[in-house]
Design a protein around this ligand. Sequence first.
Ligand code: ADP
Ligand code: MG
Length: 331
Amino acid sequence: MQLEQLGEFALIDLIKKDTINVGDSVVIGIGDDAAVLKPTPGSLQLVTTDMLVEKVHFDLLTSSAWQLGYKAIGVNLSDIAAMGGVPRHVVIAIALPKHLPVGFVVSLYDGMKEICREFGVNIVGGDTVSNPHGLVINVTVLGEIEPDKLQLRSGASVGELVVVTGTLGDSGCGLDLLMQGDWQQYDFAVPLVTRHLVPKPQVLQGPMLAALGSTSMNDISDGLASEVNELARASHVGMRIYSNLIPLSTQLQDAAPVLGKSALHYALYGGEDYQLVFTIAPEQFKVLAQVDIGAHLTVIGEVTDQSQGILLVAEDGCTSPLEAKGYNHFR
Ligand code: ADP
Ligand code: MG
């Protein structure tokens, strides 16, 4: 059945089930003119939104509806984690071509509901419209944070370490493999393509790092180079990032030469890793390193005086400015 046969209200009825995972903060979810929520007393409210447009952010030739749903929520949860906060509720606005099969939208929501269930997040509302020009998904997340845990980009100080979670560059490389088309022939391709289509945001790690002493944090959505620049500029400091310390997966190191690029290039300038980059005092990092936060941590550099600039240190010790050359929509 296609959406034009089902209609808007029957579709919302279909979507409505299994949307509340942690009900004690929801007075009214889907079904009235607005959701009614109970914030935790003493917490600050975090709000973030991200829009995904067909052919700009995703292609239905390479992504399934389920994967798209999972990722659309995941990229937003990642922004809450990067503030050190805990995501609580999402609101989802979708524009859909009316010839789309109903099953596609059900799958899309199954992917969304899966990641919401994983992290105890409620779907409390949204909007549904038709659009002849393709699919658009806009997700807004509401999160919470205790005031003293807040991770602003401006919190880094001279002498601190720069640390990342996980490995970098996999997602950008996975995207190149998908664009190239014949990736199935390579053993290394599946984890890379999966990292692109179904990124795993560091939802639990963000608040844990904040509680364990990180001082500034960003999620890595536009490539490490761009994120490091944002932290350094907001904090009025310099940074030295050591290229040989940047964590690269073996799959990325196998794949990059086949694609004619270096693994380091993907780590610095490829997008959509959704790992975290943060700063922390060296003595505090020693404490953090003893705790299992469910992610691998790698020190990749240090915070310096602003006058030193934002530098990439090559293996031979030569330095060059680390330019923010990530993805930029209007360039
Ligand atoms: P209104 O006309 O007041 O905007 P709607 O008919 O658009 O109400 O929506 C009815 C209810 O369904 C509201 O609670 C709204 O938040 C929810 N809703 C609508 N579309 C979606 C969607 N795509 N995902 C989740 N909830 C939705
Ligand atoms: Mg509406």
